[in-house]
Design a protein around this ligand. Structure first.
Ligand SMILES: Cc1cc2nc3c(=O)[nH]c(=O)nc-3n(C[C@H](O)[C@H](O)[C@H](O)COP(=O)(O)OP(=O)(O)OC[C@H]3O[C@@H](n4cnc5c(N)ncnc54)[C@H](O)[C@@H]3O)c2cc1C
Length: 468
């Protein structure tokens, strides 16, 4: 056999060294020492390099800028000047620190177990790494996802950016058209706006952040619109590059034709699983009509095959903590294959670091409404909520959902202050399978934002009582 086709046999091959891949590697290595971790790109994970961490760093600066500019509400006088270069430098400096920790953890893995290559399948269990082949008893695919850039933006060339590019900007542009009102579009769009960039968000399909409850979504939209123009279903006629500008023609909600010119476009139109270059079908796995792989979310297994998909690549819950959990489940099952076991899944929790923050804990409204479950709602409007008003964050609303038959708390959607924390309390209550009355029996201090959630819980409790 020539050197270029050297073949190595392993128990488990993990493709991708992001959050899911690292968790899978660790879990598999706890069962068998014969595991390899294959990474084609840069180490450091999407979360640390271009995802969760740099976006939250940008948002942190934006929040300070916003609070400074609005200090007069408290009778305070402050002048706020944004130094875009310095803001972005801090984002990168802190980001690089987080990336450094991840890279160090990768470097602690014995070199014999980490390979640098883009892997693709030749046949079930056989991977081509270019200069060598890996024959694996089971394979974990943890290749993550990439920004989806619809073809309509191709014409914009280097005027169109995705999140990865934004964190490399040297300075802040004068204006940005943000395409997409999902989590990334809203977080980054609002942060840029608060840092003094003229921003307009063009959404599609009525989506806003992570929310599916129309009452909560409308409250969030009203709050966001007080700061920046945002349309949830923009009828964009054309996006063109004219000179060094991006020209957007669209029809606004009143039916008027509008044209606006921007320095840059930020495309936040969703993310696609990185499956394209894997030749996954040769690995014994079939793609569905959308180009996705159906997996069992309790085992991460693709059909009955020896392939497991963890993290963003499986398109189930594209969130960091889910990627880590899925990696662990996939790694353990791959190492024990064909003895495949159900792993522990936690109650759903998604958070958007906008202002108002958004959170979905437990079952989302759309899921409950979609399955026609018998449930009641309880609502709070944060406009008049005591603590929220004290801190000038009285924007948004929340709704909780309760099972009519059992009184159990089913889930909640929030757009309001401290949603990142309240979302946790609600997800924990959901996982503990608490009833609304058990939740109301717990302490609520005064004056706190949680009292607003108590208002919603009380309304749900009253509706439950009336339905009995
Ligand atoms: C802007 C932004 C903000 C976010 N904010 C949050 C947040 O606040 N909270 C949250 O929970 N989540 C957030 N996320 C989502 C979170 O970052 C992801 O869910 C998580 O990083 C996914 O991890 P992963 O392991 O699946 O993928 P990744 O970390 O992307 O790892 C995949 C790895 O596979 C490698 N790879 C790909 N193909 C191959 C191949 N053929 N061979 C070898 N290697 C390959 C890639 O180079 C990469 O290193 C955010 C994402 C973005 C983009």
């Amino acid at each position: 056999m020539s050197q270029s086709t050297e073949e190595r046999e392993v128990d488990v091959a993990v493709i991708g060294a992001g959050t899911a891949g690292l968790a899978a590697y660790k879990a598999a290595a706890a069962v068998t020492p014969n595991v390899v971790l294959i990474e084609g790109g840069e180490h450091g994970t999407t979360c640390a390099r271009v995802g969760c961490m740099p976006s939250k760093l940008l948002i942190a600066a934006a929040e300070v800028a916003y609070e400074g500019r609005h200090a007069a509400r408290f009778g305070l006088r402050a002048t706020m000047n944004v130094d875009g270069r310095a803001v972005l430098e801090r984002v990168r400096r802190e980001r690089d620190r987080f990336v450094g920790f991840v890279v160090e953890s990768v470097e602690r893995i014995d070199e014999r177990h980490r390979l640098t290559a883009y892997a693709r399948f030749l046949e079930p269990g056989l991977l081509d790494l270019g200069d060598r082949r890996i024959r694996a008893r089971a394979v974990v695919i943890a290749t993550g996802s990439s920004p989806f850039v619809p073809p309509v933006f191709a014409e914009l060339g280097d005027r169109a950016d995705v999140n990865d590019d934004l964190f490399a900007w040297e300075s802040l542009p004068e204006s940005v058209a943000v395409f997409g009102a999902g989590i990334i579009g809203v977080e980054l769009g609002q942060a840029l706006c608060r840092l003094g960039v003229r921003v307009r968000i063009f959404g599609k399909g009525g989506r806003l952040g992570a929310l599916s409850d129309p009452v909560v979504r409308d409250a969030a939209l009203r709050a966001l619109r007080a700061e920046l123009p945002i349309e949830l279903d923009a009828k964009v006629a054309s996006v063109r590059s004219v000179g060094d500008r991006v020209l957007v023609d669209w029809e606004d909600e009143e039916g008027h034709t509008r044209v606006e010119s921007f320095e840059r476009a930020l495309i936040a139109a969703g993310r696609h699983p990185n499956l394209n270059h894997l030749d996954i079908e040769r690995g014994g796995v079939t793609l569905d009509a959308r180009g996705l792989v159906a997996i069992d979310p309790t085992t991460m297994q693709a059909g009955r095959s020896n392939v497991f998909l963890a993290g963003d690549v499986n398109h189930v819950h594209p969130l960091l903590h889910e990627a880590a959990d899925e990696g662990k489940i996939a790694g353990e099952n791959a190492a024990r294959f064909p003895d495949v076991r159900m792993g522990r899944r936690r109650s759903p929790l998604a958070i958007v670091f906008s202002d108002p923050q958004m959170a979905v804990a437990g079952d989302a409204f759309s899921r409950l409404a979609g399955r026609g479950a018998g449930f009641v709602t309880g609502e709070v409007d944060f406009g008049d909520q005591g603590r929220s008003r004290v801190i000038c964050r009285n924007r948004g609303a929340a709704r909780v959902y309760a099972d009519t038959a059992t009184g159990r708390f089913l889930g909640a959607e929030i757009a309001g202050p401290s949603a990142e924390h309240i979302g946790h309390l609600l997800a924990w209550s959901h996982q503990q399978r608490l009833t609304i009355d058990q939740m109301l029996a717990m302490p609520f201090y005064h004056p706190v934002v949680e009292e607003g959630i108590r208002t919603a819980l009380r309304e749900a409790s009253a509706k439950l009582a009336a339905s009995r």
